[in-house]
Design a protein around this ligand. Sequence first.
Ligand SMILES: NC(=O)c1ccc[n+]([C@@H]2O[C@H](COP(=O)([O-])OP(=O)(O)OC[C@H]3O[C@@H](n4cnc5c(N)ncnc54)[C@H](O)[C@@H]3O)[C@@H](O)[C@H]2O)c1
Length: 410
Amino acid sequence: MRPLPSETAKIRTDAGFARFVPWVRSRKFLENFREISMDSIFDEWRHTMKCNLAVISGDGIGPEIVAEAKKVLDAVGTVYGHEFSYTEVLMGGCSIDVHGVPLTDEAIETAKAADAVLMGSIGGNTSTSPWYKLPPDKRPEAGLLKLRKSLNLFANLRPAVLYEELKGACPLKEEIMKDGFDMMIMRELTGGLYFGERKTVEENGVLTAYDSLTYNEKEIRRIARRAFDIAMKRKKKVTSVDKANVLDSSRLWRKVVEEVAKDYPEVALEHMLVDSCAMQLVKNPCQFDVILTENMFGDILSDEASMVTGSLGMLSSASLNETKFGLYEPSGGSAPDIAGKGIANPIATILSAAMMLRYTFDLDKEADAVEAAVKKVLEKGYRTIDIMSEGKQQVGTKEMGDLIAAEIKN
Ligand SMILES: NC(=O)c1ccc[n+]([C@@H]2O[C@H](COP(=O)([O-])OP(=O)(O)OC[C@H]3O[C@@H](n4cnc5c(N)ncnc54)[C@H](O)[C@@H]3O)[C@@H](O)[C@H]2O)c1
């Protein structure tokens, strides 16, 4: 794989040089030449980046929402002088139609060669689509599981944010949501029950199914570190969720998380049992900052957390490996019921692209600009159909992308 963006973040690209030369020739530069240090000259030059993205548009609304995220990234490129290049990769149903499998080895190699993967969503209507007549390992979702495993994407981040402008969509009472909430669910993604050995056997004439839940201390330590690192950039609180009163894997989880916490004295750590956490998410969601948990608990809790924000079309997500590489995708699925109608909400995908700017490319200012642009468009009253309310102006997928792209400012 090529050097990672973190290592090449300061690379001088052609685009950077092209931007640098006119600036040096500018009147402002010449007038202030004495006051301008060499550091500031190189700062301007080196902060332009070339970002190579593998793009999985996928199925259903996938291509529609990814097009809008690319539009916004291109606006970021224009305003901040970065260059985004996109290589399309087939995965899911569209790959089954072309190659007979949901993900080819070539597709994996293309993804590995990129700096990051931007994804829409995959899959079709699970009751009617012929893709779901295939054996489980040939269905669209098998492609995603294989990709996550091949790229070693062990850390899944799902923010659950209640926007002031969308409070009306939150199913919680006013006194519970207070001034809104902003939490990050950090879910282990490549271990636990979903990846353990499984079998169904007949024992004494009775069918019996086995699924095994395994975690080793290394798997727990690496996700815990990620969670504490992210908490350091936020409100410095980690709630580690387990079922330590019953499960051995949870007791090991708790032990290792406590060890890791010693390296982060500024971060407050609390433990919570998963059943209690499920309850607290609807009783008092404002208490959470980073929720750290294992694969299956995270699967369930992140869906719960996303539903209390009221809109699936707003929820971004990132899956990261040990390096800065990540796969960025909206939390929702391919929404076959609205595919092709031009009405899907592209905001979750656009916010996923913002996460990519922040976590893969360390472009915090640019990520802030995308998030601010989304907020601005919501403040101005524009809504896609899924977040529409009285008195607001309804727009389609493309218009929403245009509006957000136009709000990208330096
Ligand atoms: N990571 C993924 O690609 C992913 C994740 C979840 C589900 N899926 C797949 O998606 C397919 C459909 O699944 P589902 O119907 O259970 O869930 P879904 O998330 O696709 O849709 C649930 C509901 O939310 C709406 N919705 C979702 N995203 C939206 C958006 N951006 N804008 C407006 N409305 C939106 C849909 O119209 C639908 O009414 C299935 O094949 C499933 O396996 C894929």
